[in-house]
Design a protein around this ligand. Structure first.
Ligand code: IPD
Length: 286
């Protein structure tokens, strides 16, 4: 992966306006959603596998990403694009679109109604934790058409309704979403961590779409979410929906979230959960 070029000067400042970028993100996500809805979820052939036999790619993932790339290139020709299936094409503007054409591909192949199109635009280097910032993001839930949107400094919305802050329960009353990686060694470690956490919280949910997990915390459907092993395209859009609605999102040791660990909740629950996860070694595979 290479580094995008430097941001342009003030003459181009409006091109970095979060509200305007959000319009582009939402249009692209909804168009890819229409493409995916036109296929028959649950009767989908797997085209290839990635990190393990359970890490699958379908022709629809590839077609949806191609459509996203085509739309973004037409509207934002100077920006880079980083997508789950086709990698990073650097741009010249300092902005990169980070897209997941289907987040929740396994759900999609089984016809379980929990998978999204995730479209974010970020400044900085999306391959380096803590060195990028989402300016606008859209998570379009394909089966329900629910659409989560956020612009930096302009708030987060679900289907146009503003998401607001709300109190967090104590750890023992928290409904905690999580997810598991695809590799066997990582899953062993994740099973150990979740087994220790389950008796300490209200309950655990594993829905199978990290963008929905993070947006779910923003919307109050879960109290917290954590996962090890995420890729930037899994959370680049949803992290802004979360933070713009008052959720705090951290990584190992309270640093930036990354593939090592992402923990999301409102404070003070966030601190209690992050401490539990640190004590359990949730950022390790051993
Ligand atoms: C996956 C989902 C899942 C999470 C995995 C992700 P994908 O994304 O978000 O919930 O546990 O870590 O890889 O592969 O369906 O785009």
């Amino acid at each position: 992966m290479s580094t995008p070029g430097p941001a342009r000067g003030p003459a181009h400042a409006p091109a970095h306006d979060p509200a305007a970028l959000l319009v582009v993100a939402e249009q692209a996500a909804r168009a890819a959603g229409d493409l995916v809805r036109a296929t028959t979820a649950g009767r989908v052939g797997v085209e290839a596998t990635k990190t393990s036999p359970s890490d699958v790619v379908t022709a629809t993932d590839r077609a949806a990403e191609a459509l996203l790339r085509e739309m973004l290139a037409a509207q934002r020709p100077d920006d880079g694009v980083l997508g789950e299936e086709a990698g990073w094409e650097p741009g010249r503007s300092g902005l990169t679109w980070v897209v997941d054409p289907i987040d929740g591909t396994v759900n999609y192949t089984y016809g379980i109604p929990a998978y999204t199109i995730s479209v974010a635009v970020v400044t900085g280097r999306p391959d380096a934790p803590g060195e990028w910032q989402t300016l606008a993001g859209c998570v379009h839930d394909v089966p329900s058409s629910e659409t989560w949107t956020a612009g930096l400094g302009v708030g987060a919305r679900l289907d146009g309704r503003p998401l607001t802050t709300r109190p967090a329960p104590p750890l023992e009353g928290a409904l905690v979403a999580t997810g598991f990686g695809y590799r066997v060694e990582r899953r062993r470690a994740q099973a150990r961590v979740v087994a220790g956490l389950l008796p300490r919280v209200r309950d655990i949910r594993r829905v199978g779409s990290s963008s929905l997990d993070l947006c779910g915390v923003a919307g109050g459907r879960y109290d917290a979410y954590y996962e090890r092993g995420l890729h930037v395209w899994d959370f680049a859009a949803a992290i802004l929906v979360a933070t713009e609605s008052g959720v705090t999102v951290v990584g190992p040791g309270g640093g930036p979230p990354s593939g090592e660990l992402l923990v999301a909740a409102r404070r003070p629950l966030l601190d209690a959960l992050a401490a539990e996860l640190a004590a359990a070694g949730a950022d390790r595979d051993d």
